[in-house]
Design a protein around this ligand. Structure first.
Ligand SMILES: [Zn+2]
Length: 524
């Protein structure tokens, strides 16, 4: 999900960890425990931790054993696990897409899949170009105004007009809004009643190459199931290669570049392309259950108010590299995060034995992040406590296993008072806030905390994927090379767990209710 994000050289200021820069929490961390947890979770024995695999069974058993061992109590009533019902959908890749007289080729010119729980979807509808496919009242913007797209096929552009204009007064300029994300495009088209959506892929605007789209669009997918078999979702979730889009616009007597330019200007109106789209999408569907895991340190005064720290446990499992089956061990992404949840859990539990926290602390690891934040979406919609009682959700996805640094990366540009806690606590460590170096890629929308943020729960992302090792993204991210290395100093992990622990301890005792800043919304 994060392919092209973090390449490029970084000048790293070395930063000494000492009593001035670490609190007693950081000083108490046992990094040998941490190392052992990463080594175990990223070992071949755990098979890359794919949901619904033997790797899942071993991971869940390991996490529960560790949580029990450190004295955490079950987070879900009497259970450490929360069932997440998944549908496993495999589309028959033997398909082609007709647009007028054009026939587009699957995989190279378009990809198509669905999250509707249905064996087959037949498209035979009018095609509409709806610009960026955005309805944003706060920007007084509506790409669907004046044209009924019910039951039709819609073509839209990826990212948002702010990115296209690079004008920071327009949307949020170069920084992607949630409106720019592919998930939003499908959600909005569904609200408009469209039957199918094809997003035109452009590498810079999307933040990843066609290869990622192709891989994601032609493989088996997991999705959450709702009581209506996901029928409220758009039927066909598709992408179209730029070259193919140029052909389709030409077939409609239009010029893609001209239409794209028009779509980025105020007053754009959706256009009926006078073309007919035809596609038959056949699906093989299996239903299965994966598991979220979490343990708690119950609070002494307000136990029904929780402060949560989380990292997704799932990985990509096994894959093919150069025609050979490999295990994608997922050490950095995200065994490092899960090990962080475990080791900080141990330290905070020991602290609470001496002096209980007033509020409850939750330590969690959810499933199926890699296939769409699914475990977190399920948790966010099935909270074990009232939503307003979930005070904060701190998420880590890929920790800094190398030397400590004098900054903390901020994603999303600062959206809630929780970001103030991060800044204040970082400065106690002698660190400053550094903005996300790739705001156009919308990283804030691409890990589990966002599922909680969408529900209004204050959430923050801690992520260092490749930040202190520029080669990671290019060479090892989501590949078999994402392994554990003895050479890791783990100083970066130590300072970040210290930071997160201090924030949790403060919120656990101060009775504060951090809020999102006025005007912050996530397109829903
Ligand atoms: Zn991850």
């Amino acid at each position: 999900m994060l392919k092209s994000l973090l390449s490029g050289a970084f000048a790293l200021a070395t930063f000494t960890l000492n009593a001035n820069t670490l609190s007693p929490i950081g000083e108490s961390l046992n990094m040998e425990n941490y190392r052992q947890d990463v080594k175990t979770l990223a070992s071949d024995e755990f098979e890359g931790r794919a949901p619904l695999s033997e790797g899942e069974t071993k991971t869940i058993a390991y996490l529960i054993k560790q949580m029990k061992g450190m004295g955490l109590e079950p987070a879900f009533g009497h259970s450490y696990t929360q069932k997440v019902t998944l549908a496993k959908i495999t589309a028959d890749q033997n398909m082609s897409l007709k647009m007028g007289d054009l026939t587009l080729t699957n995989g190279t010119e378009f990809v198509a899949r669905t999250e509707q729980i249905t064996d087959q979807i037949l498209l035979d509808d009018d095609v509409v170009f709806a610009g960026y496919g955005i309805v944003a009242p706060e920007y007084n913007w509506n790409d669907y105004e004046g044209l009924d797209v019910k039951g039709k096929t819609v073509i839209v552009l990826v990212n948002d007009p702010g990115f296209a204009s690079q004008d920071k007064e327009f949307f949020t300029g170069n920084a992607m809004t949630y409106y720019g994300r592919w998930t939003y495009k499908y959600e909005e088209a569904a609200r408009q009643g469209a039957k199918a959506v094809f997003i035109v892929h452009e590498t810079m605007a999307a933040g990843y190459g066609w290869g990622v789209v192709q891989a994601g669009g032609t493989t088996t997918k997991f999705t959450l199931m709702d009581s209506n078999n996901n029928m409220s979702r758009v039927g066909v979730m598709g992408w179209m290669h730029l070259r193919a889009a140029e052909k389709v616009f030409k077939a409609a007597g239009m010029d893609y570049r001209e239409m794209k330019a028009a779509a980025g200007k105020r007053g754009f109106k959706p256009v009926d392309m006078q073309l007919d789209a035809q596609l038959t999408l056949k699906n093989a569907i299996e239903k299965a259950e994966s598991l979220n895991v979490a343990g708690i340190i119950p609070g002494s005064e307000t136990p029904d108010e929780w402060v949560a720290f989380h990292a997704h446990w799932d990985g990509l499992g096994k894959g093919l590299e150069n025609g050979k089956e490999v295990i994608l061990n997922g050490a950095i992404d995200n065994a490092t995060g899960v090990a962080g949840v475990l080791e900080l859990g141990r330290v905070m539990k020991a602290m609470s034995n001496k002096k209980p926290f007033k509020r409850t602390l939750m330590f969690g690891a959810f499933t199926a992040e890699e296939t769409g934040l699914i475990g977190a979406e399920h948790f966010a919609r099935n909270l074990p406590i009232p939503k307003d009682n979930l005070i904060a959700f701190l998420n880590t996805d890929g920790m800094n296993v190398n030397n400590s640094v004098d900054y903390v990366l901020r994603y999303g540009g600062g959206v809630s008072e929780l970001d103030d806690y991060v800044e204040k606590t970082a400065s106690k460590q002698g660190r400053h806030i550094k903005p996300d170096p790739r705001p156009q890629n919308g990283l804030f929308f691409r890990s589990d905390h966002f599922a909680l943020a969408k529900q209004g729960v204050p959430a923050v992302l801690f992520m260092s994927l490749g930040d202190t090792d520029a080669s990671f993204i290019a060479k090892r991210y989501h590949k078999s090379g994402d392994d554990y290395f003895e050479s890791w100093t783990l100083d970066g992990v130590k300072q970040d767990l210290d930071l997160i622990g201090q924030i949790m301890a403060e919120l656990a005792n101060n009775g504060d209710y951090p809020k999102y800043y006025d005007g912050v919304s996530f397109g829903n």
